[in-house]
Structures are given as C-alpha cells and as structure tokens.
Design a protein around this ligand. Structure first.
Ligand SMILES: Cc1cc2nc3c(=O)[nH]c(=O)nc-3n(C[C@H](O)[C@H](O)[C@H](O)COP(=O)(O)OP(=O)(O)OC[C@H]3O[C@@H](n4cnc5c(N)ncnc54)[C@H](O)[C@@H]3O)c2cc1C
Length: 493
C-alpha cells in the first residue's frame, strides 16, 4: 500500500481534480498553518469518507446524536482534499441491486461476503438509502449545480446469451428473496431482452439485452469539497482542516491518543481513520489490516464525445459494459475498466493492478486499450475532430477487503480509535450511511438499530484466515469477475 507518511512522486491528474482547482476549491487549504496541539476528535483523511463524517458530526439530525457545542474536530490530510480514490473515481452514484447478490451470499474465502440472503438484501437497501440521503443533503444545501448532480438511470448491457441468462436467473432469485422478506423492489429495475430494443436503448454494439435501475452521477471532488466547506462553516462546532499533513504514527497513553504528523503532533481522546487503502501503514507490520485489506490500482480515462454523443444526444444513463463502465459528466465521459477486465483482455500484468499503489504512473498498454474503447463499444461513435476521444488518463487505488465489505466502527481493543475504511471500489454508494452511523455512534455511544452488523469491524472479521500472498488476491479479483454476471460493473461502480 502507498505509505503516505513518506514523500510521493507527483500523481497522475484525474478529470475531477483538474476540473476543481479554482478559487472555490480547497487546494492548499491549511497547508501553511500549524497543527493544533489538541482536539476532541481527529479525523485522518479528507476523501469522501472523512468529509462525510465531518459533515454528520457537525450537522446532527437530532439532539440525541449531537456532540457538545464547541467540540473541536481536526481533519488531517496527507495531500490535498480528495486527492486519492474519491478524486479519481468513475463518478457513479450507483446503488447496486440484484447483481451484487451472488457476491454477498457466496462464502468468505470463495470470493464472497458470506451473508445470508436477508442480510444481503439489507445491505442493498442500505445502498439505496445512501443514495437517497446523498441527494437529500445535496438538495438541502442547494448544491445540485455545484456538484454536477445528475439523477437518472444506470444501465447494464449484455452481449452474450450466457451473460443474459445468468443475470436473469440472479434477478429471479433476488425477486424471490424480496418476496420472502415482504419488500418491494425499490430500484425501478427494468429488463429488456429484445435485441433491437436493447441496441436502440443502449446504443451499444452487439447488445442483446439490457437492464436499467435508478442511479445518478456526481462530481466526487466537488461533493467532498462542499461537504468540507459546510463542516468548516459550522457555527456550533470548531472544525480545523490541515492539508499536506501526513500522519506518520499513532500512539496511545490511557485515554489520550497522540497523532504524529510530519508537521507536529496533536492529541485527542477520539481518532477516526478515514484513510481507505492507506490504513495498514498506520499499524505495525503483520497487523490484520495488512491481510484483510489490499489495494487494487485502476486506470481511468476521460473522453470528449463527438457531436453524436453530446448535448441532447448525450448518453442518457451511466453504463456497465461487459468489460468496463462509464458515466457522462459535464466535462466529458469518464470511462473505467476493472482490473479483471484488463487482465481478461490480456492488457498489462496482474502486478500493474493488484497490490499496486503507484498512482504517479499509467500502464501504457491500458492507455492503448482505452484509446479505441468508445469507438468499439458504441454504435456510430466515430471520432473525427482533433481533441475528440481519449483526452486524459489517470490511475487510482481502490481498497478491497477479503470479505468485500467495508470496515466500520471502533477498533476492537483500542479505546477511542475508530475506522471507516475498505470501501471496495464502491464507496460513493456506502460512505454516506456508514459515516452517518459512525458520527451518531461517536456522539451517542450507540449504533443505530438498522446499521448492518456485517460492516462493523470485529475481532472475528480481523482474525479470519485471509489471503496470504499475491496470487491469492489475483484469484479473488479474477474470481469475482468470472463468477458474477459479466455485464455489470463488478466491484468498481
Ligand atoms: C479508479 C477508481 C474508480 C472508482 N469508481 C467508483 C465509482 O464509479 N463509484 C463508486 O461508488 N466508487 C468508485 N470508486 C471507489 C470510491 O472512489 C472509493 O470507495 C471512495 O472514494 C473511498 O473514499 P475514502 O474517503 O474512504 O478514501 P480516499 O478517497 O482514498 O480518501 C482517503 C484519504 O486519506 C488520506 N490519507 C491516507 N493516509 C493518510 C495519512 N497517513 N495521513 C493523512 N492522510 C492520509 C488520503 O490522502 C486520502 O485523501 C472508485 C475508486 C477508484 C480508485
């Protein structure tokens, strides 16, 4: 994993970072100011998770979940705000539905999360809740335009009979599970199996079927920035943000934690790590985090569409293809290809993706693969003008866990230390509800009744027999691609 306490090479620049560097961004914020000596709560990491936690701590929904007035919250960020996974992702706000079921119920160790059917449905309900709450917060603060919120549909496209049949079977099973639980399908899910209709709807070459569900897209860097600004603007609580403040060491004496940074130390009774893929570095070698968590580097691209895919002819949904996914943003179309997809297409080596954290580089073969991606995917894409097509490439690191679930809550055996990490390439669909629940726990010392216990970081999860070596992680990543239906963003959207 990238040890952010050590100097890093300059990172590749994503579309989201590049399009939010102006005066309304938080670039360079608090970089030259000293680190406070103490605080009530220290949050490490200013990606979507840290920003969402700060937002919920400073905007409690009721008195029971409110911290005492004047509570001082300090956010320490190693680089810039949203400079890691959040600022490099696919821009999807896409709660999963049935297609995730097989992974959630498959046993741990066989590429699954080991949940019961009802637990799996509950997790997927939480993703929907996450989406609804995101939209509600964005609307409450009038941020729709600032964060480029788009609400509409996500579409999965199927190009082989096998994929279509296996996905329909999974959907039947999902509908049966919903019936057993007396729950209606909340996602406005629709399935199209007529070939002509599928091509017309999806505009994808070779489509033989497609499915749609309610989902959105957002500018993740701007959303993180706006949530942090709301927190910094709190009149009831004191919030301090320091960027360029990598945390190098954590220690504890009694009920006091000392957080050392390259710019000085701070003490606090409560520390929350929102450090995603970089978390294991903050623990001694051999800590369970270094086994349950592993990084996967993904290469993304920004496409400037030709006129036939612009304006009123833009793609009307975000997509999951058999070998990648895309979302239309105000500044172009962001395309991602998962590690398993690159490897299946024989693009690069496993070491280019799995347990790879160098985001200062792209993989040249992946750039080549990406260059013709839209032309080969969409009917009549046809790039003609200089400047159309792939205009930018970047890499980002996802934080996978061996049981595919995030790790949330108090770290067992360490009073006052919490984590909100391990978002498995899907954090835009989970970080709202996880950090809302964590903020409420910190304020009231009680978990919300309906928070999925499967997300809670427990001794049992940490001490399970995990993958041990590189090849094990390669197998898990490939297995997830092969064992799931291949026509949906796998763990990546
Ligand atoms: C290429 C890519 C595509 C993706 N596509 C999607 C998608 O389309 N939809 C979706 O839902 N999810 C997607 N994801 C996943 C999603 O972006 C993540 O799950 C989410 O951003 C995680 O947020 P986070 O705040 O936990 O982590 P991060 O954004 O990684 O934030 C962690 C922060 O902690 C800081 N930090 C770490 N260590 C230290 C330290 N020692 N001291 C101080 N600060 C530290 C880092 O600098 C960083 O800013 C994608 C991820 C990637 C990489």
């Amino acid at each position: 994993m990238a040890d952010l306490s050590k100097p890093q090479n300059p990172s590749t620049i994503s579309h989201w970072i590049a399009s939010n560097t102006g005066p309304s961004s938080l670039h360079n914020y608090g970089k030259d100011e000293s680190i406070p000596e103490s605080a009530d709560i220290v949050i490490v990491g200013a990606g979507i998770s840290g920003a969402m936690l700060a937002y919920h701590l400073t905007h409690p929904e009721d008195d029971k979940h409110a911290l005492p007035e004047g509570t001082h919250i300090v956010i320490l960020e190693a680089n810039e705000v949203s400079s890691s996974a959040t600022g490099r992702n696919g821009g999807h706000f896409a709660p999963s539905t049935f297609v995730h079921m097989p992974r959630l119920v498959r046993p741990v160790g066989k590429g699954g999360a080991g949940l019961s059917r009802s637990q799996a449905v509950n997790i997927l309900q939480h993703e929907w809740d996450n989406y609804q709450r995101n939209i509600a917060v964005i609307k409450k603060h009038g941020l729709e335009h600032k964060v480029d919120l788009h609400t509409g549909k996500a579409m999965a496209v199927y190009t082989t009979e096998k994929a279509l049949a296996s996905t329909m079977k999974i959907r039947e099973d999902w509908l049966a599970a919903l019936k057993e639980m007396g729950v209606e399908d909340w996602s406005d899910g629709k399935f199209y199996t007529d070939k002509e209709e599928a091509i017309k709807l999806s505009r994808v070459q070779g489509a033989i079927g497609c499915s749609t569900r309610s989902a959105g897209t957002v500018h993740p860097h701007k959303l993180t920035t706006e949530l942090l600004k709301l927190s910094l603007g709190s009149t009831k609580y004191k919030v301090t943000l320091r960027t360029s403040a990598p945390v190098t060491k954590l220690s504890q004496s009694g009920s006091t934690h000392t957080v050392e940074t390259s710019r000085g130390s701070i003490t606090a009774p409560k520390v929350v790590l929102c450090t995603n893929a970089h978390t294991p570095h903050l623990f001694p070698a051999g800590h369970p985090f270094s086994k349950i968590m592993y990084p996967v580097r993904i290469q993304m691209g920004l496409f400037t569409p030709p006129p036939a895919f612009s304006g009123i002819k833009s793609l009307s949904a975000s997509y999951g293809f058999p070998d990648g996914y895309c979302a239309t943003s105000a500044g172009g179309i962001v395309v991602g290809v998962g590690a398993a997809d690159y490897l299946e297409a024989k693009v690069g080596k496993p070491q280019d993706y799995i347990c790879q954290t160098d985001i200062s580089q792209v993989t040249p073969e992946a750039t080549k693969f990406m260059t013709g991606y839209m032309e080969k995917t969409f009917v009549d894409w046809k790039e003609k003008a200089h400047g159309e097509g792939l205009t930018r490439s970047w890499t980002g690191v996802m934080s996978y866990t061996t049981d595919l679930l995030p790790l949330i809550g108090p770290l067992p055996g360490v009073d006052g230390l919490y984590v909100s990490v391990g978002y498995n390439g899907h954090g835009m669909s989970t970080t709202h509800t996880t950090n809302r629940a964590l903020a409420r726990l910190i304020a009231s010392e009680e978990w919300d009744q309906d928070f999925p216990t499967a997300y809670v970081v427990s001794e049992e999860r940490l001490n399970r027999q995990h993958a041990q070596k590189f090849d094990d992680y390669v197998k898990i990543v490939a297995g997830n691609k092969l064992a799931g239906p291949p026509s949906e963003p796998q763990l990546d959207s």
